[in-house]
Design a protein around this ligand. Structure first.
Ligand SMILES: Cc1cc2nc3c(=O)[nH]c(=O)nc-3n(C[C@H](O)[C@H](O)[C@H](O)COP(=O)(O)O)c2cc1C
Length: 450
């Protein structure tokens, strides 16, 4: 592992040189045209191979409906020209919200979601014409051990975990959620999927990443006497049951899942770790799970890594940690390379599903060139930006119209958006979005903010 360093790349040659120095495989294409062509996805057609990844805004109205701030975000993404908009984590029930500003989809908030979809579709059409129709996917979630529906922790846990329990000061006798309750939560996912279809979304993501409830079931090696713990067949049951039930209940709706291919929490408390070498990543179970998801009808998948509260750099390579956070002992380009490696490996072994890759934002204006090389080599199907899209919602438009990104508009990987989310403040890009900054900048004032 190389020492952590801030971004200093000025050209593609610098990127190649840095990758070479670190011994990393970072492919790069000067032309991004492969990203800009129409592409088949899950039996539909997307206008291009660029995606906005889900990024929670923590700005829902009190009851969980999208607010004007939420809808503004999606209008901007849609006008920005991406082919796939993966809408942020949306709780399927009140006790599963990660913060009081997280979206919540119920009968009562359905109208707000329908408005979000309508406005996003109208914005895309106005900017790009009727032939351009981005795919809209809504991420459904229960935050499990990271639930804070009223702002304070209300952890719902599948198993005790010596690595994660201390993060919330969990007592050793904190009760585990029962199988019956898990069945009820599964049914809430199905109900929310039905509502998402009614709101006009093309698909739903049964979120199984970042240590939240369904991701934790995948890692529940130590849960005994349960349908949802122990052997692989049991640990994957809740996710697969949920996917199958949604497919039955809402046949016209696409179903996908966002997976952390590995949690990076040592075996037996994390998913995707090697039983013989507990701190080593092992993709065998991720491959087997994807095979089962494909058989259950999942035609595209979004891949992520890690648990943001545990080792945030795995998921989001950054220049600066959140204020008060640790600087990791690896170079951010190593984190980017890990994302690329995992996506390529899982895409190679799972040709039946299209992989939406992540981890490109740290690369700034070079992200699309790397993404184009990944897509060109068949190592991933769609290139997603999370923080990069929050900072630069019209990044796809600049690629289409100018063939490159404007370095003055890219994400600076400063982690302030992550910090805002942790503080349960409305999330936005303080660096690149003056309207947000003027309205919300005060949220960042204070001695520890920067
Ligand atoms: C503020 C913030 C909010 C996020 N919200 C979500 C979310 O709702 N669902 C999800 O799956 N990932 C979420 N992520 C992770 C991103 O989707 C993405 O995987 C990550 O930022 C790495 O991609 P990037 O390098 O393009 O930013 C969030 C990340 C940040 C920084």
């Amino acid at each position: 592992m190389a020492a952590h360093a801030k971004f200093r790349l000025r050209s593609a040659d610098d990127l190649r040189a840095e990758a070479g120095r670190l011994g990393l495989d970072i492919p790069y294409n000067e032309s991004v045209s492969v990203l800009l062509e129409k592409a088949p996805l899950a039996g539909r057609e997307i206008p291009n191979r660029l995606a906005v990844l889900p990024m929670e805004g923590a700005d829902a109205e009190a009851g969980g409906a999208p607010s004007e701030w939420t809808r503004r975000r999606y209008r901007r993404y849609a006008a920005g020209g991406c082919g796939l908009i993966w809408c942020e984590a949306t709780a399927v029930r009140q006790d599963g919200r990660s913060n009081p500003g997280q979206l919540l989809l119920t009968e009562r908030t359905l109208g707000g979601f329908a408005k979000l979809v309508d406005e996003a579709r109208a914005a895309a059409k106005k900017e790009w014409g009727p032939g351009h129709r981005p795919l809209l996917v809504l991420q459904l979630t229960h935050s499990g051990r990271f639930s804070k529906p009223e702002g304070t922790p209300r952890p719902l846990i599948i198993q005790h975990n010596p690595h994660l329990d201390p993060l919330h000061g969990l007592a050793p006798d904190h009760p585990l959620v029962s199988d019956g309750e898990l069945g009820a939560i599964r049914d809430d996912f199905v109900e929310a999927a039905d509502l998402a279809a009614a709101a006009g979304f093309d698909g739903v993501d049964v979120k199984a990443c970042h240590g939240y409830l369904l991701a934790e079931t995948l890692a529940a090696h130590s849960r005994t006497g349960s349908l949802y713990g122990g052997p692989f067949e049991n640990r994957t049951r809740l996710l697969l049951e949920t996917v199958r039930l949604i497919r039955e209940e809402a046949p016209g709706l696409l179903v996908t899942s966002r997976l952390s291919a590995t949690d990076t929490v040592p075996f037996p408390f994390g998913f995707g770790m090697d039983p013989d070498e507990p701190e080593r990543t092992d993709l065998a179970e991720a491959k087997a799970l994807i095979g089962l998801l494909v058989r259950a009808g999942v035609r595209f998948l979004s891949l992520s890594l890690g648990i943001p509260y545990w080792k945030p750099h795995f998921g989001r390579p950054f220049d600066k940690p959140v204020p008060g956070g640790k600087v990791p002992k690896e170079h951010p380009l190593e984190g980017v390379a890990r994302h690329l490696r995992v996506a390529a490996e899982l895409q190679r072994t799972s040709p039946g599903t299209a992989v939406v890759g992540a981890g490109y934002s740290w690369l700034r204006a070079f992200g699309p060139g790397v993404g184009a090389a990944m897509v060109g080599a068949g190592r991933t199907a769609v290139v997603g930006l999370g923080r990069g899209a929050l900072a630069y919602p019209d990044f796809a438009a600049d690629l289409v119209r100018r063939g490159r990104l404007d370095p003055r508009k890219v994400c600076t990987a400063c982690s302030l958006c992550s910090y805002l989310l942790r503080q349960q403040k409305r999330v936005g890009c303080v660096v690149r979005d003056p309207e947000y900054k003027n309205a919300e900048g005060a949220a960042l004032k204070g001695p520890k903010a920067r």
